[in-house]
Ligand binder design. Structure first.
Ligand code: APR
Length: 313
């Protein structure tokens, strides 16, 4: 069977860690691209040299150009600048729109049929940028946000209950981090509603911590932002696509009639398979949840309008 071809743009913390997870899961051959000369080559070689020890077979190539990325099955875009303490995700906007637009043009020139997974922040604006610039159908452009937010939420719940992280099942909707919409009524631990295990006030604290999960790590690291969990979340999406697993994962996906969004990328549960976003799953929302979701969509609309302006200028 032919190995999948996975290209990762940006060989910084998130990109290199994506390569690491993807290689260790033997998801395919990996092409790591960056503008810094030697960086992707050095990291790719280092990772390849770990393969005999770890026992994975993959071609891992570092590049400063796009020719060799031709006909990638999936392209992950992590290039851009990361947050420093005191910066919001939106502060990265102008710089990262330019970078993501330029990278998308180069990617699609060589891989016109690929599936684009955008990770760069502010996520909701970057996925919109990649979609606009690529002109791809909406099933082939998506953003990573929800898997990470849910992972943070699940890990804090497991720590609180003292149970395995595997047994916490949860769903969040809406934008990344600050804009996420928690759905405690759909959160369970081994099938038991979380409300029976964690008091409401405590659960609210956990939601807040998950919402601010990125800022918490930025505050601790001081020189950059999170990368282990963001990369792991991204590779869960890549895996579902290249292995056609059809997992149900929360992604920033294009919603038109879905949830009445009207043509924007928002965090919703999706079936991910070889066709990319194969289906957006609609959850019936209660009035308070709907209110939060709508507020989240409004912020996405503002970001998308600002993105349009930057792309036009
Ligand atoms: N083409 C390719 N690579 C680029 C380009 C470009 N035009 N511009 C920047 N890069 C590369 C940088 O050289 C750097 O190696 O992107 C990489 C970014 O890596 P880091 O600075 O380590 O940032 P990282 O922590 O990986 O975060 C990347 O993901 O989660 C988001 O908010 C985060 O937007 C940020 C992105």
């Amino acid at each position: 069977m032919k190995r999948a071809k996975i290209t990762i743009i940006g060989a910084g913390n998130v990109g290199a860690t994506c390569a690491h997870w993807a290689a260790s899961k033997e998801l395919g051959d990996i092409y790591l691209v960056d503008i810094v000369e030697g960086l992707p080559q050095g990291k790719a070689l280092d990772l390849y040299e770990a393969s005999p020890v770890e026992g994975f077979d993959a071609r891992i190539v570092g590049l400063n150009s796009y020719e060799e990325t031709a006909d990638s099955d999936v392209v992950v875009i992590t290039s851009g600048i990361a947050r420093k303490p005191g910066m919001s995700r939106d502060d990265l906007m102008a710089t990262n729109v330019k970078i993501v637009a330029e990278v998308t043009r180069s990617v699609i020139e060589h891989s016109p049929n690929t599936i684009l997974i955008v990770v760069s922040n502010p996520l909701d604006a970057m996925v919109y940028t990649a979609w606009k610039v690529s002109g791809f159908p909406t099933n082939r452009v998506l953003g990573q946000a929800g898997v990470l937010d849910v992972a943070r939420y699940r890990s804090f719940i497991a720590a609180e209950v003292g149970c395995s992280v595997e047994d916490v099942s949860a769903l969040l909707l809406g934008g990344h981090g600050d804009d996420m919409v928690p759905l405690p009524r759909l959160t369970s631990v081994g099938g038991v509603p979380v409300s029976q295990l964690i008091p409401a006030g405590r659960l609210e604290d956990i939601v807040t911590r998950a919402r601010n999960g990125g800022a918490e790590i930025v505050g601790l690291l001081k020189t950059g932002s999170a990368y282990y969990a963001p990369a792991s979340a991204t590779i869960a999406m890549v895996e579902s696509i290249v292995r056609d697993k059809k997992r149900v994962l929360p992604c920033a996906a294009h919603c038109d009639s879905e949830y009445g969004v009207g043509g924007y990328f928002v965090g919703v549960p999706c079936i991910l398979g070889s066709g990319g976003v194969e289906k957006v799953i609609e959850v019936e929302l209660e009035p308070k949840e709907r209110e939060m979701f709508n507020a989240s969509v409004e912020h996405v609309k503002e970001l998308s309008a600002a993105t349009e302006k930057l792309l036009a200028g």
